[in-house]
Design a protein around this ligand. Structure first.
Ligand SMILES: NC(=O)C1=CN([C@@H]2O[C@H](COP(=O)(O)OP(=O)(O)OC[C@H]3O[C@@H](n4cnc5c(N)ncnc54)[C@H](O)[C@@H]3O)[C@@H](O)[C@H]2O)[C@@H](O)CC1
Ligand SMILES: [K+]
Length: 484
C-alpha cells in the first residue's frame, strides 16, 4: 500500500521531526537519498559516475536546497555538476556546499537551452511549496529538456504539478524517476501528475508517518495488496459463500450492458449470477453463459443501472433494492434515480460526467480536482463512491482517507468497461466485502488484467481474462503467506 499525504500534513510531520533532530538534518537525509538515486541512474545510463555531467535546475526554496546538497555530494564523487538558477535566489547553504565541492552556478539561459555536455538533469525547481504551472522561461526550459530526451530525476515532485490534487494545469517537468521524502504525495498517485513522475523512490528521512483516519490521506493499492485481499474461496466454500449476485442491467435499447455486467460477475468468481433485467439482454445472456439463472430467488448483492437508458421505473427498482437491506452497486443510468440518502454499503460507480450530474456541478469541476469531488459525493449521498477515470478513486463515509486503485493502461477507457466493472464489484459485495474494498479490488483487478493483456482488448474479452489474473493473484497470495 502506498500512503500519500498532502503538503500541509507533510509540513506538520516535518515540523514534529525537526523538533527532535533539528532542521538541517532532514535536508541532509533528503540530499543523501537523492544523490544515491541520481548516482544509480547515472550508472544505469552511462555505466559510471566519473566524467558524467549533471545539470541541476534549482528554484528558490528547499526543493532547490535538496538538489544543491545532492549536487555537492555528486561533485565530490567526480561528477561535473552545474546548477542553473531558474527562479529567484538559490538556497544559500546548498549553493555554498556545491561551489565548495567544485560545482558551478549558471543563470537560466535566455533561449531556454542548456549548454555543455549533459548526461542527466535534476529538476529541483519546485517541490511541495510549488504552485501549479511554471513561469514562461522555466516552461520553455522544461519543454527543451523534454525534447532533448535527457534522463530527468525530479526532486520530490516534477515541478509544475499540483502536489495535492495531481493536476497539471500548465507547463510541468516530466521525469524518468522522482525521489520523494518521508511519505508520498497525492501527485505521485493521481493522474495526470502521476504520469510525469516516472518511477517513484521513497527516501526515509525519519518522519513518523502515522496515517490516521482523518481526511487528507490517500492509500494507493499495489498488486500485492490486491493479491492478499481478494476473497478466494476456501475448501469449504459453497456458492453462497462466494455470493449470489442479482443483476438488473441492460435494457431492450442497450442489451449489451446487461451482457457485459454478467461477464464481469461470472468471470470475477460469483457463486451464482441471477440475471433479473430486461428480456433482450436476458436472451443474449442465455445464449452465451449457460451458468446464469433467470428466476427470482436468493440474492446477496445487487447491480442496478448499467445500460438502463431512460427507464420509466428506475426509481422503483432502486427503492425495491434498498428495501431488501442488501448491498448494491448503482452504475450509469441508475445514478439518476437515487434517493437523498443511501447506506455506506451501497456503491456508486460514476465516471466524471455522471458524478458532475449527481452533484449538480460542471464536469470541469470534477476533473479539476477528482479527489475533492469523490469526497463530496460520498459525504452527500452517504454511499461509497468509486469515481472511474484515469485514476480510480474510492471515498466512503466510513473513513476519511481515499483509496486509489492499482492503475491500468488507458486502453480500458472504452465503452463497456464500466458495465464489466459493475459486475465485478457486485460479485465482491456478494462475497461479503465492504463497499470500499469491493470498489478498490474490483477496479484494480480489471486494471491489472489489462496490464497483462495490453492493447485494445474489448471489455468482454478482458472479462474473460479475469480468471487467469485471479489464478495468478491467488498463487501470489500463497507466496506472500497470506492467511485465509
Ligand atoms: N520542510 C522540510 O523539512 C523538508 C523539505 N524538503 C524539501 O523542501 C521542499 C519544499 O520546500 P519549500 O517549502 O521551500 O518550497 P519549494 O522549494 O517548493 O519552493 C517554494 C518557493 O517557490 C516559489 N514558487 C512556488 N510556486 C511557484 C511558481 N509556480 N512559480 C514561481 N515561483 C513559485 C514560492 O514563492 C517559494 O518561494 C520539499 O518539496 C522537499 O524537496 C526536504 O529537504 C525534506 C525536508
Ligand atoms: K522538483
Amino acid at each position: 500500500m502506498i500512503t500519500a499525504a498532502t503538503a500541509d500534513t507533510v509540513r506538520e510531520l516535518e515540523r514534529r521531526t525537526m523538533l527532535d533532530v533539528g532542521d538541517e538534518v532532514l535536508m541532509q537525509r533528503a540530499a543523501a537519498g537523492l544523490a544515491a538515486a541520481v548516482a544509480a541512474e547515472l550508472r544505469r545510463c552511462a555505466g559510471r559516475l566519473h566524467g558524467t555531467a549533471v545539470t541541476v535546475l534549482v528554484g528558490p526554496g528547499d526543493n532547490g536546497g535538496d538538489a544543491l546538497f545532492a549536487g555537492a555530494r555528486l561533485a565530490a564523487r567526480g561528477v561535473a555538476v552545474r546548477a542553473v538558477a531558474c527562479l529567484g535566489r538559490p538556497h544559500a547553504a546548498g549553493l555554498a556546499a556545491l561551489l565548495a565541492a567544485g560545482g558551478r552556478l549558471e543563470d537560466l539561459p535566455d533561449d531556454g537551452r542548456l549548454r555543455g555536455p549533459v548526461t542527466l538533469v535534476v529538476d529541483g525547481v519546485l517541490g511541495i511549496g510549488g504552485r501549479p504551472g511554471l513561469p514562461e522561461a522555466v516552461a520553455r526550459l522544461a519543454a527543451a529538456v523534454d525534447d532533448a530526451g535527457w534522463p530527468v530525476v525530479a526532486v520530490d515532485l516534477p515541478s509544475g504539478i499540483d502536489a495535492d490534487t495531481g493536476a497539471a494545469p500548465g507547463a510541468a517537468f516530466r521525469a524518468d524517476r522522482t525521489v520523494t521524502f518521508g511519505v508520498h504525495k497525492p501527485g505521485h498517485l493521481l493522474e495526470p501528475a502521476r504520469g510525469r513522475c516516472g518511477a517513484v523512490d521513497l527516501v526515509d528521512i525519519g518522519l513518523q508517518v502515522t496515517s490516521d483516519e482523518d481526511g487528507g490521506w490517500l492509500h494507493g493499492l499495489e498488486e500485492d495488496d490486491l493479491a492478499r485481499a481478494w476473497p478466494y474461496p476456501g475448501p469449504a466454500s459453497d456458492k453462497y459463500a462466494r455470493g449470489v449476485v442479482g443483476l438488473d442491467a441492460g435494457s431492450d435499447e442497450y442489451p449489451g450492458a446487461g451482457v457485459l455486467a454478467t461477464y464481469g460477475a461470472v468471470h470475477a468468481g460469483a457463486g451464482m449470477v441471477r440475471f433479473l433485467g430486461a428480456d433482450r439482454p436476458a436472451d443474449l445472456v442465455r445464449g452465451l453463459l449457460p451458468n446464469v439463472v433467470f428466476s427470482p430467488g436468493r440474492v446477496q448483492a445487487h447491480l442496478l443501472g448499467s445500460g438502463w437508458g431512460d427507464r420509466p421505473d428506475g426509481a422503483d427498482a432502486v427503492a425495491a433494492a434498498l428495501d431488501t437491506g442488501l448491498p448494491a452497486v448503482v452504475d450509469a443510468d441508475g445514478l439518476r434515480f437515487l434517493p437523498d440518502h443511501l447506506p455506506a454499503g451501497w456503491l456508486l460507480t460514476p465516471h466524471a460526467g455522471e458524478l458532475a450530474r449527481l452533484l449538480d456541478r460542471d464536469r470541469g469541476w470534477v476533473t479539476a480536482d477528482p479527489l475533492r469531488a469523490v469526497r463530496e459525493a460520498a459525504a452527500r449521498t452517504g454511499a461509497t463512491v468509486l469515481l472511474k477515470g484515469a485514476s480510480q478513486l474510492v471515498a466512503t463515509p466510513e473513513h476519511g482517507w481515499v483509496g486509489v486503485a492499482v492503475p491500468g493502461p488507458a486502453w480500458t477507457a472504452q465503452a463497456g468497461s464500466g458495465d464489466v466493472l459493475g459486475g465485478i464489484c457486485a460479485t465482491l459485495l456478494a462475497a461479503g466485502l465492504p463497499a470500499w474494498q469491493a470498489a478498490l479490488l474490483g477496479a484494480s483487478v480489471q486494471a491489472v488484467t489489462a496490464r497483462h493483456h495490453p492493447g485494445p482488448l474489448p471489455p468482454h474479452a478482458l472479462a474473460e481474462r479475469l480468471p487467469e489474473t485471479l489464478g495468478r493473484l491467488e498463487a501470489r497470495s500463497r507466496a506472500l503467506g497470506a492467511t485465509r
